[in-house]
Design a protein around this ligand. Structure first.
Ligand code: NAI
Length: 254
């Protein structure tokens, strides 16, 4: 059985992924700000470095897969926290364990969002992709729109994944993304309870084409497939698991 590492395994989608990996008999090392094998605050550079150091010593023989799932929702302030956790923590920890993945021909699934193509400040996205954390954070804080920072963090992460998938594949490591829609998790509960965003989100939730919100296990099912050998020809792909929302909003874009 394999060895997998992930972030954000304490609750929601990450907890479902962790459970499915354990149910298949794998060893899973979880990094999170709470209730984890490695407790680290991934919004900070020190936290990310500590997390990578711990993963490197706990999985020295290599990793079969890595899932940077930790994330903050579009109701969090300051907005820069979203950028730090959703983009910079994901990218820096993937890079930090790259050679462990190469050792075992592992694969990575990043957690995008169906909100990634819905519009975000292009300068903040570009600053992320240039790996300029100070600039990206300053832009999103000046805008003061957490929803924009959220979409931007996921757009940048997905672009990073696609831009790097060729080079990683040359080292035997597949990069892919899942783009969930609205899923019943603590993150979504917080957004629904938010004064500014709650009603908009509830109205949006009422329009999911399949008629209900997603469950964390439904996202984990897609992640498990992308991690597995059954997906060995899948590389640089983005799978929308969103009850049909992306198709409803952008029918001709694919
Ligand atoms: P959640 O709030 O249940 O889980 C997020 C996890 O990240 C938690 O375990 C939390 O402790 C951890 N985390 C947050 N800040 C951290 C930090 N500074 N350092 C370390 N760990 C930290 O949320 P959910 O919904 O399960 O989200 C998981 C991923 O799925 C996120 O990347 C989110 O953006 C993404 N997503 C969620 C959607 C939804 O509707 N719930 C839709 C699209 C994407």
């Amino acid at each position: 059985m394999g060895t997998y590492a992930m972030t954000g395994g304490a609750t929601g989608i990450g907890a479902a992924i962790q459970q499915q990996l354990v149910d298949e008999g794998h060893r899973v090392i979880v990094v999170d700000i709470k209730d984890a094998d490695v407790v680290a605050d991934l919004s900070t550079r020190q936290g990310r470095e500590y997390a990578v150091e711990e993963l490197r010593s706990r999985a020295a023989d290599g990793l079969d897969g890595y899932i940077p799932c930790a994330g903050l929702g579009p109701s969090v302030t300051p907005a820069s926290l979203i950028t730090q956790v959703n983009y910079f923590a994901a990218v820096e920890t993937i890079e930090g364990v790259k050679d462990l993945l190469i050792k075992k021909g592992g694969s990575v699934v990043v957690i995008s969002s169906n909100s990634a193509p819905m519009g975000a400040d292009p300068d903040s996205v570009e600053a992320c992709l240039q790996h300029d954390e100070v600039k990206a954070c300053a832009i999103v804080d000046q805008l003061g729109e957490p929803q924009n920072a959220y979409g931007g963090s996921k757009l940048a992460l997905t672009r990073w994944m696609r831009r790097n998938s060729t080079a990683y594949a040359a080292s035997g490591v597949r990069l892919n993304a899942v783009a969930p829609g609205i899923v019943r998790t603590p993150l979504t509960d917080k957004v629904m309870a938010d004064k500014a965003l709650g009603q908009v989100m509830k109205d949006f939730a009422d329009t999911v084409p399949v008629g209900s919100l997603g469950e964390p296990e439904q996202i984990a099912d897609a992640v498990m497939f992308m991690l597995s050998d059954k997906a060995s020809f899948m590389c640089g792909s983005v799978i929308f698991v969103d009850g049909g929302h992306d198709a409803m909003l952008r029918p001709d874009d694919f």
